[in-house]
Design a protein around this ligand. Structure first.
Ligand code: ZN
Length: 182
């Protein structure tokens, strides 16, 4: 089922999401939720979706950055962004460890701030420890665009949006971003 994606202004997007217990993670409702979030992310289309965006204030994220989605950018743009395909996966109760001080600036958008984008600084590298959909602990090292996606989605679990971190003078409609900035 494709779920409606909440837009900025909805209080759930500003709440701190609660952690899931191991029993909840292995439950059927969460299995169904993950399936629906995958479908919703793919339909949008997007490269990540956090549970608060569909009205569930729980610490669950789905991520997928397909080669197909990346054909919207040319090879230079992909290389600048250090953007490589990332298979579908689930992060639950993630703990973020930002690595180093190196920051990178790229335009970023959000399915909950539909139609806009802005230059947003993010750490280039990080490590994240989380549980997967089987409630197994996983640790992931990420750099570049993948690290940006993870930071963006973990922000959602803390009630934060990219507009809290953006260079607000660059805040643009997607149309104007393509016209004047790309
Ligand atoms: Zn978002």
């Amino acid at each position: 089922m494709i779920l409606p994606i909440l837009q900025t202004g909805h209080p759930v997007l500003r709440a701190v999401a609660r952690e899931l217990s191991l029993d909840e993670i292995r439950s059927e409702p969460i299995e169904v939720l993950i399936h629906n979030m995958k479908q919703t992310m793919r339909a949008a289309p997007g490269v990540g979706l956090a549970a608060p965006q569909i009205g569930e204030s729980i610490q669950l994220i789905v991520i997928e950055d397909t080669a197909d989605e990346q054909t919207k950018l040319n090879d230079d743009q992909l290389a600048q962004r250090e953007r490589i395909p990332v298979p579908f996966h689930v992060l639950i109760n993630p703990k973020l460890n930002l690595i180093g001080n190196e920051r990178v600036d790229f335009f970023e958008g959000c399915l909950s701030v539909a139609g806009y984008a802005a230059l947003t600084p993010r750490h280039r590298s990080l490590s994240v420890t989380a549980l997967n959909e089987l409630a197994e602990e996983v640790t992931i090292d990420a750099t570049g665009w993948y690290a940006r996606i993870i930071q963006h989605e973990v922000d959602h679990l803390n009630g934060s949006l990219y507009i809290d971190r953006m260079d607000s003078t660059t805040f643009s409609t997607v149309e104007n971003k393509m016209k004047f900035w790309d």
